[in-house]
Design a protein around this ligand. Structure first.
Ligand code: ATP
Ligand code: MG
Length: 449
């Protein structure tokens, strides 16, 4: 069953229940109130009569005219002796003739159902010398009352049917209004699936309800998916592009060697060397890519590391390897931070490699602590980075000047790897730079107290 049908049905069921309860309350209150009023009336008439007459005279036939004048035609007064003999009976209502005789020790009013009629009965004992000698009984058929109840019932049923019809009608309209945005969402999803488009839902300007929220979340999710999709496409195209150049070089050298290499030892040596270089380039790049994929897939273990010590060791190793000068400035005490030892060294290698690659002068590493944060700054006095490029440096394969970095062997993956590693250590990385003056890369990690 569709939500629309379910909503309409639910609305009708609730309306029906509410109507039933309301009708029952109206019906029973009306019946009770009118019956009480009739009983009260008859009681007043009976007690009024008993106050007016001498009860000793009630058995006398001379009382008949008085008794007859007390009740209207639809009523009956009976004077009954102790032996259940009806001494006097007034009134012409046939329905009352069969009323069973009832004696009561005190004044009493009751409602009786007899042959489909509602009859209100008032009985009072008649005393003589403190001895009960009989009963006076006043009774009346409630014809009007039953008619009124029937009319009331007809009105209630009629109004209920009308209200149910209206509830069905308005239920349908209401569910259609409320579910229209949901069907728009459904259609949009269908289109996305069918045509592979990143289509978004048109949001109304005014409404800000739950369905608006749902559609808004959906749109944001589509934006996010589109961004991921575009990045993925960009990545595939960049990766293919990166692989294409060394593979073309390898292919060209291979065919050159095939044609002339066998007789030309110089070309043979040059070809083998170039193929080796380019293969290494491809291998390094694939390794970096696998590294990047692994970081996002398998989180590494976070431990307490001695940041000062690791910076010093790494700087020393790189100084020896590159024959360049790296100065480490630190507070007197060792600064401890939370990361992974191996991964932290990898981050330092990436950042120091950049600083050395893109500058000629001395590189500085500054380690300090700022409250609960350990701060590592790698500073160089090199070529710098244009301001516009800084926000995109952490994207895979992003290089500022492709021709120049190609000469330095960069593939634009180092900072993307460093960014992912730092993020997994719950840290931040930021870059400040000025063209031809130098660059400061700041890494902030949680300090261990
Ligand atoms: P890879 O690190 O993958 O070998 P790469 O160094 O080109 O290659 P990243 O480390 O990601 O890639 O750096 C991206 C780009 O940012 C570099 O190509 C370079 O243009 C620029 N860059 C990074 N660090 C510096 C720096 N210290 N000074 C000047 N430019 C820098
Ligand atoms: Mg690099």
């Amino acid at each position: 069953m569709s939500i629309k049908a379910k909503l309409s049905l639910l609305l009708v069921c609730w309306s029906l229940l509410i109507l039933l309860i309301a009708n029952a309350i109206i019906y029973f209150s009306y019946v009770k109130l009118t019956e009480n009023r009739e009983m009260e009336n008859l009681k007043e008439i009976g007690e009024g009569l008993l106050e007016k007459v001498n009860t000793n005279d009630l058995f006398s036939p001379s009382m008949r005219p008085l008794l007859q004048s007390v009740l209207r035609d639809d009523g009956m007064i009976r004077i009954i002796d102790k032996e259940n003999q009806v001494i006097i009976r007034t009134g012409e209502e046939d329905d009352l003739f069969n009323l069973p005789i009832n004696h009561s020790a005190v004044n009493d009013t009751d409602m009786i159902r007899l042959d489909g009629d509602m009859i209100v009965v008032f009985t009072a004992p008649i005393f003589k010398n403190n001895q009960r000698i009989g009963t006076i009984e006043l009774s009346r058929v409630l014809d009007d009352h039953l008619e009124d109840i029937e009319i009331l019932l007809t009105i209630l049923i009629g109004v209920s049917v009308l209200l149910i019809v209206l509830a069905v009608f308005f239920g349908k309209i209401t569910s259609r209004i409320f579910l229209r945005p949901v069907s728009v969402i459904g259609t949009t999803m269908d289109n996305i699936q069918k045509y592979g488009l990143f289509e978004k839902i048109q949001l109304p300007q005014k409404k800000h309800d739950e369905i608006f929220q749902l559609a808004d979340n959906f749109n944001r999710m589509i934006d996010y998916l589109e961004e991921i999709f575009q990045k993925q496409e960009q990545f595939i195209s960049d990766a293919s592009h990166e692989l294409k150049t060394p593979l073309t070089v390898i292919e060209n050298y291979a065919s050159m060697l095939n044609r002339w290499g066998k007789d030309n030892p110089d070309l043979l040596n040059e070809g083998i060397e170039t193929i080796q270089d380019e293969s290494k380039r491809i291998k390094n790049m694939v390794e970096q890519l696998l590294d990047l994929a692994a970081i996002n897939k398998q989180p590494f273990e976070i431990e307490v590391i001695n940041i000062t010590e690791l910076c010093k060791q790494t700087a020393k190793r790189l100084e020896v390897a590159t024959n360049r000068s790296i100065r480490v400035i630190n507070d007197s005490k060792s600064i401890l931070g939370l990361s992974n030892k191996e991964k932290f060294v990898q981050i330092l290698f990436i950042l120091l490699d950049n600083a050395l690659k893109y500058s000629q002068k001395e590189v500085t590493v500054k380690v300090s602590q700022n409250e609960d944060r350990a701060v590592i700054q790698i500073m160089d006095q090199g070529i710098g980075i244009p301001e516009n490029d800084i926000p995109r440096l952490f994207e895979r394969f992003y290089r500022v000047d492709k021709s120049r970095t190609r000469a330095t062997g960069g593939r634009g993956l180092g900072l993307a790897i460093a960014y992912s590693l730092i993020k997994q250590s719950d840290g931040f990385i930021s870059i400040e730079s000025e063209l031809n003056k130098g660059t400061i890369v700041t890494v902030t990690l949680k300090a261990s107290m």
